[in-house]
Design a protein around this ligand. Structure first.
Ligand code: GAL
Length: 325
């Protein structure tokens, strides 16, 4: 079953498995800006790219870590080396219960103490709400013990109105002076300045401009696939603006989160069963994943981030704003 939220500007479609957003349609142009799977069965059974799902309890890559002197071994779903996107059965692979209001839909689920190697049981939810031209995403979680929480939404965007045209023509602004460097397994290990590197998006530029630049961090990841540390300007900050010169459609991202992972869809391939019978291909769509600092307990500068206990409610917010001018 698909759940639909609709106002005069936007129409959003969701499914309860993974609390996925499977379509977001700009009603003025009729363009769906989310690239998703052909059918709901694919979301359930084989979603190699975590398409459009909620990710948790830790988004991105993490290795074993210490919390208050105690070592925690994460369930390692990638080659037995590290954990990606919450483990073997992350929050993307849960069936959520659903509540629907006039302009909102709330998906709730839970994880057990020790699940995928993390301490503490956790009850969590994501509420999507339509507000004019904006979709608001509110995450809420309450753990029973001190633990790590960093959820995100793994939506794949393409604003071209035709996903057969890649996102390399999209222009992107990222409000970040620093990013996290990746080791050879793509595991983030420390911050660096974007200045004088191809990773600098502080002035809007086409994604294709520097994606093949001769730069070690781009070679490791096969393109952009990096956590950016958002420059803070109050609680809610402007994180990113994405624009397609073909359609003039733009997407602004605002968030309370510390990080946005800009993933340029480098791994999309023909095994992804894409809606419309289109063959999946590299750079078909991109993700702007607002979340906490990935692998935080293993990076000294960020070791105090993403920590929540029974008395610290987790309530990050992200807003996607669509404009067509
Ligand atoms: C992204 C991640 C990529 C890749 C992708 C799923 O969030 O940064 O490296 O794993 O998810 O295919």
């Amino acid at each position: 079953m698909t759940y639909i939220l609709k106002n005069e500007h936007l129409e959003a479609h969701f499914i309860s498995f993974g609390a996925c957003i499977v379509k977001l349609i700009d009603l003025k142009t009729g363009i769906n800006i989310i690239v998703g799977h052909e059918d709901m069965e694919t979301y359930r059974k084989n979603n190699p790219g975590y398409m459009n799902a909620i990710i948790g309890r830790h988004s991105g890559r993490i290795t074993d870590f210490y919390l208050d002197g105690k070592r925690h071994e994460v369930a390692k779903n990638i080659n037995g080396i590290y954990q990606l996107h919450g483990g073997f059965k992350g929050f993307n692979a849960k069936e959520y219960s659903v509540e629907v209001g006039e302009d909102w839909i709330k998906f709730s689920a839970s994880a057990e103490d020790g699940e995928e190697g993390f301490p503490g049981a956790v009850a969590f939810s994501v509420t999507y709400r339509l507000r004019g031209r904006e979709l608001h995403l509110l995450y809420e979680a309450e753990p029973t013990k001190k633990t790590i929480l960093s959820l995100t939404n793994h939506a794949y965007f393409n604003l071209n109105g035709d996903p057969e045209k890649s996102i390399l023509n999209h222009e992107l602004f990222l409000n970040a002076d620093r990013y996290l460097m990746l080791d050879e397994n793509f595991i983030p290990y420390g911050a660096a300045l974007v200045e004088n590197t191809p990773l600098d998006f502080r002035k809007m530029k086409p994604i294709g401009q520097d994606i093949n630049a001769n730069f070690e961090q781009l070679k490791i990841a096969g393109g952009f696939d990096h956590p950016y540390l958002v420059n803070r300007a109050g609680e809610m900050s402007h994180v990113a603006t994405l624009r397609s010169p073909l359609t003039g459609l733009s997407l602004e991202v605002h968030s309370t989160e510390d990080v946005v992972v800009f993933y340029a869809g480098n791994m999309i391939n023909e095994d992804y069963r894409i809606a419309g019978g289109i063959r999946g291909y590299k750079n078909m769509a991109l993700c702007l994943e607002t979340q906490g600092v990935p692998n935080s307990p293993n990076i000294p500068e960020f070791a105090d981030r993403n920590l929540y206990g029974p008395n610290e409610k987790y309530t990050p917010k992200t807003v996607w704003k669509l404009a067509d001018n």
